[in-house]
Design a protein around this ligand. Structure first.
Ligand code: SAH
Length: 487
């Protein structure tokens, strides 16, 4: 795995200043141990006209697996062999980004004690990465680097030079040139964008990744046309983190241009909605399945429990068959976004009489939830700690007791089919558990039995012959009073 940084110079501004900037002497080859292996820094050429520093990372595949172990919550144990046999040791990737920041941390911060004036001066730079995994291909590489002032040459690497019919691999050979950037800026671009292109982070994304991203992105990420994609990929598609970062970026941008504040917030809400749906049209399929089941049940008055940002409520409002819709969520923030999405403040009286958003926890019985035709719990149960689940079961099936209850939750068996989900990881950072089809069925049947409901199961999304669908839905129908075992 390797990358070179080159610069040119003259007698007055020698190229070998690169050694001062990187804090690594051009005449010595040096090795540094990092958590994933050994990083070597050496200079294939170093004179006043041209100087090139190479960073070579020797990845320790075994250490990589050990570090990754046991960091996810719940889910299946890691598949053994794929962990050791992969492209990590060969391709430049997020590991290289980690090595960059470890080996060149002062340079990245623009600190040079020996020549304090150097870091602020832009100089001609060329970065070369011979094999870079790039999801999104050369087009995406250009749209990430060009807005930052780089001239980009990105050639796809063929799978096998002798067999051109095999086509291109997912690797590209990357050359970046610029003469308007400082070395610190260049390093910070690479630190963020290499993992973005790799799009398969090797370690657990912790909340402080948001800080790292914002620090490295200072001065260039706010306002980058691909800001949203960069943020969400960098944070490995963890929506709660992405949202946090987007919000903070948004604040940076608002501080810079404050006159369009209100419009910007509206746009941010829209952007957020788009961002949620783009990689998972599954969310759309899920709402369609829920709508179909609600229509089939003949429900008119509906509870959306754990309504989140109100996407389902918005769908329900479009169908006059639903005469009353109540969205409940524990998160005030989600409800604020929901009310903006629904434009509650600008809604006519007839419409606004049909909808009501309120804050509440499903772990507590709430008398106001009694007497409805149907309740939806879409992707909610997995957000509760298992010991809290019986309280929700009682509040919904025992106390509120709508005739129909729809519950959707991820099918953990399907996780192996998500390309971007490392083995053994849950789909969302806040999921307390994810169930197999068998586990979900057992839970649903137990609840149905306990509270006097019948239950059936509906797959949502492509129903894989081996692992089932990505989302599973249970449809509960209350027994008629005669048959009821518990009321
Ligand atoms: N139903 C939406 C949102 C799912 S995300 C959808 O399908 O897209 C899960 C939601 O459940 C979040 O908005 C979270 O705030 C909410 N939630 C989690 N625990 C809750 C609780 N105890 N009571 C009410 N809402 C809860």
């Amino acid at each position: 795995m390797f990358l070179t940084i080159s610069t040119t110079g003259s007698a007055e501004r020698p190229a070998t200043d690169l050694g001062f900037l990187l804090h690594k002497h051009p005449e010595k080859a040096q090795a540094f141990s990092t958590s994933y292996g050994t990083a070597h820094v050496l200079y294939p050429e170093a004179d006043a006209e041209r100087c090139t520093a190479a960073l070579l990372l020797e990845v320790d595949a075994v250490a990589l697996v050990r570090r990754g172990k046991g960091k996810g919550r719940g889910g299946a144990p890691d598949a053994a062999l794929a962990q050791y046999v992969n492209d990590r040791p060969y391709a430049a990737s997020s590991l290289l980004a980690v090595a960059l920041s470890a080996v060149f941390s002062s340079a990245m911060r623009g600190v040079c004690t020996a020549r304090p004036q150097l870091p602020a001066q832009p100089r001609p730079l060329r970065i070369e990465v011979p094999a870079l995994p790039a999801r999104g291909g050369p087009g995406l590489v250009r749209s990430l680097f060009e807005p930052l002032g780089w001239t980009v040459t990105a050639e796809p690497v063929p799978l096998d030079g002798e067999f051109p019919q095999w086509g291109d691999s997912r690797y590209i050979q990357l050359v970046l040139d610029a003469d308007t950037l400082t070395l610190a800026e260049a390093l910070r671009h690479l630190y963020v964008l290499l993992p973005v292109l790799d799009d398969a982070k090797h370690y657990w994304v912790s909340p402080d990744e948001v800080d790292k991203l914002l620090r490295a992105g200072e001065g260039w990420l706010p306002g980058h046309p691909e800001q949203r994609l960069i943020t969400s990929r960098y944070l490995s598609r963890r929506w709660s983190l992405t949202r946090q970062a987007m919000e903070r970026l948004e604040l940076v941008r608002l501080a810079e241009t404050d006159d369009t504040a209100v419009e910007d917030i509206d746009n941010a809400v829209e952007a957020e909605a788009e961002q949620e749906e783009k990689p998972t049209p599954l969310a759309v399929q899920r709402r369609e399945a829920i709508l179909a089941a609600l229509r089939a049940s003949g429900a008119a008055r509906v509870l959306d429990l754990g309504c989140g940002q109100g996407q389902l409520v918005q769908q329900l409002l479009k169908d006059p068959a639903f005469t009353e819709i109540v969205g409940v969520d524990v998160s005030m923030r989600a409800l604020t976004i929901a009310s903006r999405r629904l434009k509650l403040d600008r809604m006519g009286e007839r419409q606004s009489a049909r909808v009501n958003l309120r804050q509440g926890s499903l772990a507590y019985t709430d008398k106001r939830l009694g007497g409805y035709d149907a309740a939806v719990l879409s992707e909610v149960i997995e957000h509760l700690d298992l010991p809290r689940l019986p309280a929700l079961e009682y509040a919904v099936f025992g106390a509120a007791r709508p005739r129909t209850v729809l519950v959707t939750t991820p099918n953990v068996e399907y996780n192996v089919r998500w390309e971007s989900l490392p083995a053994g990881r849950v789909r969302h950072g806040d999921h307390r558990f994810e169930w197999t089809r068998e586990e979900f069925r057992a839970w649903a049947e137990k609840v149905a039995e306990e509270y006097g409901y019948g239950v059936g199961f509906v797959p949502v999304g492509p129903d894989d012959p081996e692992v089932g669908p990505p989302t599973q839905m249970a449809v509960f129908q209350a027994d008629t009073p005669k048959e009821a075992k518990a009321a």
